[in-house]
Design a protein around this ligand. Structure first.
Ligand SMILES: Cc1cc2nc3c(=O)[nH]c(=O)nc-3n(C[C@H](O)[C@H](O)[C@H](O)COP(=O)(O)O)c2cc1C
Length: 117
C-alpha cells in the first residue's frame, strides 16, 4: 500500500510543485506536504477521499519560508527510530503533539538526507 501511495506521489507531485515526506509506522501515516496553497488543497482533497485510510487528521498548517524537502517529490523514511510507539499513537500522541514535536521527525529526516536541502 505504501508503495502505491509513493508511486502516485512521485508521479503527480512534481507537476504540482509539491514536495514532502511520508513517515509510515504502525498503520499510521504522518505526512508533510509543502508547495503552493492551491496545489496542497487539491492534493489534500484527493487524500481525504482516498479509501486506503480510515481517518485523516490535519495536525498543523503553516507558512514556511523554506522547504524542508526541496529535492523530494515525496521522501519516504527508512529509519524506524524516528516515530512514536504504537502505544503512543493509540493514546493520542499525535493529536496532543505540539508543532515542534510534529516537526521534529521531519527535521531529523530532512537532516539525514542532505540532498533534500
Ligand atoms: C497517506 C496518503 C498520502 C498520499 N500522498 C499523496 C501525494 O503526496 N501525492 C499524490 O499525488 N497522491 C497521494 N496520495 C494518493 C491520493 O490519495 C490519490 O490516490 C492519488 O493522488 C490519485 O492519483 P492518480 O489519479 O494519478 O492515480 C496519498 C494517499 C494516502 C492514503
Amino acid at each position: 500500500m505504501l508503495a502505491g501511495i509513493l508511486s502516485a506521489a512521485r508521479r503527480n507531485n512534481p507537476q504540482q510543485g509539491i514536495t514532502g515526506a511520508l513517515i509510515c509506522r504502525h498503520d499510521v501515516y504522518l505526512q508533510l506536504i509543502e508547495g503552493p496553497a492551491e496545489a496542497i488543497d487539491s492534493l489534500y482533497a484527493r487524500i481525504l477521499s482516498d479509501d486506503r485510510h480510515t481517518n485523516v487528521d490535519l495536525l498543523l498548517t503553516e507558512d514556511m519560508g523554506e522547504r524542508m524537502f526541496p529535492a523530494w517529490a515525496m521522501l519516504d523514511d527508512e529509519a524506524p527510530s524516528l516515530f512514536w510507539s504504537a502505544q503512543d499513537v493509540a493514546a493520542g500522541a499525535l493529536e496532543k503533539a505540539s508543532p515542534e514535536e510534529l516537526r521534529a521527525p521531519f527535521l531529523r529526516l530532512s537532516a539525514a538526507h542532505p540532498g533534500a536541502g
